[in-house]
Design a protein around this ligand. Sequence first.
Ligand SMILES: NC(=O)c1ccc[n+]([C@@H]2O[C@H](COP(=O)([O-])OP(=O)(O)OC[C@H]3O[C@@H](n4cnc5c(N)ncnc54)[C@H](O)[C@@H]3O)[C@@H](O)[C@H]2O)c1
Ligand SMILES: [Zn+2]
Length: 393
Amino acid sequence: MAAVIEQIVPVMLGERSYDIVLRPGLLATVGDRLSAFTTSPKIGVVTDRHVASHYLSTTLRSLRKAGYDPTQIILPPGERTKTLGTIAKILDVLARHKFERQSLLLALGGGVVGDITGFAAAIYQRGIPFVQVPTSLVAQVDSSVGGKTGVDHRLGKNLIGAFYQPRAVLIDPLTLRTLPSREWIAGLAEVIKYGIIADEEFFAFLEQKMPALLKLEATSVNHVITRSCEIKAQVVAADERESDRRRILNYGHTIGHALESLAGYRGLIHGEAVGIGLVQEADLACHMGLCDRDVVERIRSLVQRAGLSERVSQRSFLPMWKAMQHDKKVVGGRVVGVWPVRIGAVVIQPIEQPICAEWFQTRHGRGRRSSIGRLPSKAPVGRKPRAKGDRSR
Ligand SMILES: NC(=O)c1ccc[n+]([C@@H]2O[C@H](COP(=O)([O-])OP(=O)(O)OC[C@H]3O[C@@H](n4cnc5c(N)ncnc54)[C@H](O)[C@@H]3O)[C@@H](O)[C@H]2O)c1
Ligand SMILES: [Zn+2]
């Protein structure tokens, strides 16, 4: 039998440093890995109904075997759960069960569970330890790393929150086997983003291995998660609170967020909108003379091969520009974007409205035949509602 390899990616944040550990089958031994982070027997396991049905019993068994006394908190799945109301309910459970400063919260689930649990951990008794056990691709490569926690407000997504780092991120890639394929493909958009912003070799790996990735081939999947975490960890270590360098993680998100919000957060899920943003922002960068056309074409081709769309259904510029300005990447009325100069390198630079308008009219404006409006043959199908706007990711 092949040896199971454990990979560790350190996130260097001074006294808040922690490890991301990836190991197939890790979930069954999760209880053995917590002793460094808590001296209390009480562990709150926060999860959602979908994830609970697959992984809660394994997790609880491992925790009990390691001598802990777990309390389960099972939330309804989906973005609508990401509210202050849910936080209040979690805090109620913790207080009722007499959780103390040393008691630990474990986030078992996707980005929604991770963001909620991290925020509850940040504010209960002014901060208790928490560990991320991410189970979706988005959570394993993005949301569990970096310490952004929080919930949505009626007037905007991720409007309430705190920077609060986990004590560890424990990844069992085998959990991805039960992830719905639409969620898997949406997560690939964030993975492709890492190649574009930081690593041409990784981008080339994705070009070569996309068919294997779509079949969840284990070696490729593990490499994708580890390399994505390394890139995010490096960026976050250089700029924990998003003053400058961390902005490069927003590549694809200026147009992505605008499209998500124009679609009323229904129809497109976040990663699908980011997939469109990756292609369109490269095209806009090319229009501005920042990169060559072949950069755009490589990105377009990879996005299509992942099964993501690159289609902009929006035909009027002003609503789109307005939606782009609703994002927090706005300085003095200009939109600060992240633009590829080649695969593996980006620049952060504001864009003026007339330039963006000119690009938009050429590509997507009314009466124009969009040269980049084709759907890939493997476009994801099915639609499901998604909640309000995302301002920060
Ligand atoms: N904190 C950050 O830096 C950051 C970064 C990116 C995204 N986010 C947030 O993350 C959220 C999106 O995360 P997400 O895409 O994981 O969404 P999610 O948590 O809603 O998970 C997507 C769906 O997959 C299900 N699921 C998760 N893991 C599963 C598994 N292994 N098997 C079967 N089903 C599974 C969930 O129940 C849910 O229905 C958003 O709220 C977004 O704002 C945060
Ligand atoms: Zn994103």
